[in-house]
Each structure stands twice: as C-alpha cells, then as structure tokens.
Write a protein that binds this ligand. Structure first.
Ligand code: MRU
Length: 347
C-alpha cells in the first residue's frame, strides 16, 4: 500500500481524515492542494509529510511553463516557503524541501532537465523511504520476541510514511512477517485519534492483532504486565540535545511510566528525522486549534468560554529512551556518541 504516489503528472494520496470509515484518495493537480493536505492532516506523520513536500515541489516544476531557469528556481523557492509554513515540528519536511531544492540547483541543463530531475528526485525519495523503513524494521524486529505485546502511540505505520512498512509499526510488521506472534496495544492518541483511527485500521488491514486503549490507561497496562515493549516514531530527534525525541503528545508520559515499570522504550526513526543543526530552544512545537480538544465530532464537550491547550508534540529526554532504531542500525546511550560512531562506520 502506498500512502502517496506520483501518477501521470498528478499526486495521489490517501485521505487520512476519512479513515477508518472510508478509504478515499485525493488527486492533487497543484502543489497548493498538497500544502493544504499537510496542514489539515489529510496526510500526516513525519516521513509522509516530507515526501508530500517533495511531491509538491515536483508538481510545481512539472506544472511550470517557464523556460527561464532563475524563474523556475524562484517558483520552487516560493512553494518551498509555503510548504515550510504548514507544520513546524517534523524535521523531515525541511529535510525534504532542502534536498529537492539542492537537486534542482545541481542540474546542468535546460529548464526541462531541471523539471525532470525534480520529479525524479521526489519519486526516488518515496522509494527510498520505503526501503529504509523495511531495513529499519529488520533491525528492530531483532528486539521483538515471539509472543510480545507491543505498545505504541499515534500512528507510526505505513500511513505515516510513503507506504508499505512505516517506522514503529514497520518493526512490528517485519517481526510478524518473520512468523513471530506479536500483538499490539495502541493508545487512542487524543485529540486527533491517530491511534484509534489509523493504527487500528492499518494493523487490522495487515492482519496483526490490535487493541485500543484510552491514553490514560497506559500506566494501568504497564502495572498489570500487559505490555512487554513500547515502540514509538519521532517527528524530530534533536542530536544537539543528545537525541531528545520529539513525538506525538503523550509520548513523554508513556516514557516516564515505562521507565518506572522497566518496560523497554524504543524510538524508531530514519536518519532524515534526526536534526543535527538545532537545539531544543530553537525548535517550535506545533500548537494546534483548541477545537480539537474542546469538541468531539463537531460537538462542544467543554463548557463555553473554557480555553484548551493543544500542543501536538512533546519531548522525551534521552535518559528515558532504551534505544533508537534507524535504518543504519540500533543505537544505545549515550546516543550522540553512538550516532556519530554509527554514521562514520562502513556499512
Ligand atoms: O500529528 P501527526 O499525526 O503528524 O503526528 C505524527 C507522529 O507523531 C508520529 O509518531 C511521527 O510523525 C512518526 S511517524 C513515522
């Protein structure tokens, strides 16, 4: 299954707001439609947001009529800025935009050559994303044993990437393909319910046993010994802060409870999710509309005039993370040193 793909000069993506009741596709003919899809969460999840941004730039190039290179670069840069304003936290978005712009600038040739190279780059990035996730899944699956019950938060599955595997759920999927019996406890993930709607749908679709719990039930489940390991994805791993893990709101609370109950807590993320440039103080945690908290299905549940606070992500300090699974291998604390060692070692 592909979450997003390039098809005959258009971008087709799964409408994640319609899941689990309907599996609908959105056909994007212009890049602004993709920017909107990212903003309203029709497509979401850090790697998928990155690929969507790359595809939006591919559409910008493909739709452009100009024969002037500087004008084409200008059009790409304007779109890049617009994309970068959609969601501030997932670093994959910025990584993808930078990679495509760099590719465009590196082409020696005509505007047609640049347009072709940009489209090819976006399609390659989607394919690479899937390959990396499969590799990451293989590394991570070594940590799972037959019979494990794995907890997870939000949706870090193939819906959150270009398709096929996913990050945290990719590990589970590979272990499942290896014949291990793995079952999953998915946090519903208030307020947008990516766990209840998307993770449950995706795992059911893939034939993996899944149960959904209210977010507040995680402590009880750990206390009762119902969960053996916890796997989460990441929107940004902040290398300068020893690989602090920014992920869906609630992740930090889970990590604290996991530490107390000695449950291994793993983050699963490709290297495109690692931020080597910024520290925590420089990173913006997305604050979303209060209505996501004050309303359910368009019906207000909080008394009128009472305000809500709706941060989309939180920060898990490295001391609460057992290991980080990447496509290059698994790193253990101290993460920054292990990461630099892994990055400099031959394959
Ligand atoms: O707000 P979302 O749904 O985009 O948040 C997604 C997450 O927090 C995921 O855990 C993260 O992006 C990793 S997905 C492979």
């Amino acid at each position: 299954m592909r979450t997003i793909q390039w098809k005959d000069g258009k971008v087709i993506l799964i409408d994640q707001l319609k899941l689990p009741t309907e599996l609908n596709y959105i056909e994007c003919k212009n890049p602004n439609r993709i920017a909107k899809a990212i903003k309203v969460l029709e497509i979401r999840g850090a790697p998928a947001i990155g690929i969507a941004a790359a595809m939006a730039l591919a559409l910008t190039a493909n739709n452009s009529k100009t024969k002037n290179k500087e004008e084409l670069f200008n059009q790409l840069e304007i779109m890049a800025k617009q994309l970068e304003m959609t969601r501030p936290t997932a670093v994959n978005l910025f990584w993808a935009v930078e990679r495509v712009l760099k590719k465009a600038r590196s082409v020696v040739g005509t505007t047609d050559d640049i347009k072709e190279a940009v489209v090819k780059e976006a399609v390659t990035m989607a394919d690479e994303d899937i390959q990396k996730n499969e590799t990451m899944g293989k590394h991570g699956a070594n940590l799972l044993e037959d019979g494990d019950v794995v907890g997870t938060i939000c949706n870090a599955g193939w819906l959150a990437t270009a398709g096929e595997y996913g990050t945290a759920l990719g590990v589970i999927k590979v272990a499942h393909e290896q014949g291990k019996k793995i079952s999953v406890i998915a946090l519903e993930t208030r307020p947008v319910l990516q766990g209840a709607r998307l993770t449950a749908w995706e795992l059911k679709h893939d034939g993996i046993d899944v149960k959904v719990i209210p977010d507040g039930a995680i402590g009880y489940c750990f206390y009762k010994g119902m969960i053996d390991k916890f796997l989460c994805g990441a929107d940004r791993i902040v290398v300068l802060n020893n690989c602090s893990v920014i992920n869906k709101i609630g992740t930090h609370t889970v990590s604290l409870a996991a530490k107390y109950y000695h449950i291994p807590f793993y983050a699963v993320a490709p290297l495109s999710t690692f931020d080597f440039k910024h520290n925590l103080k420089e990173i913006r945690i997305e604050m979303r509309n209060e209505m996501e908290v004050t309303e359910i299905n368009g019906k207000r549940i909080v008394p009128a005039k009472v305000k809500a606070i709706n941060p989309a992500f939180d920060i898990t300090p490295p001391s609460l993370v057992t290991a980080i699974i990447t496509e290059k291998g698994i790193i253990y604390p101290p993460f920054k040193d292990s990461l630099l060692k892994m990055a400099s070692s031959p394959e």
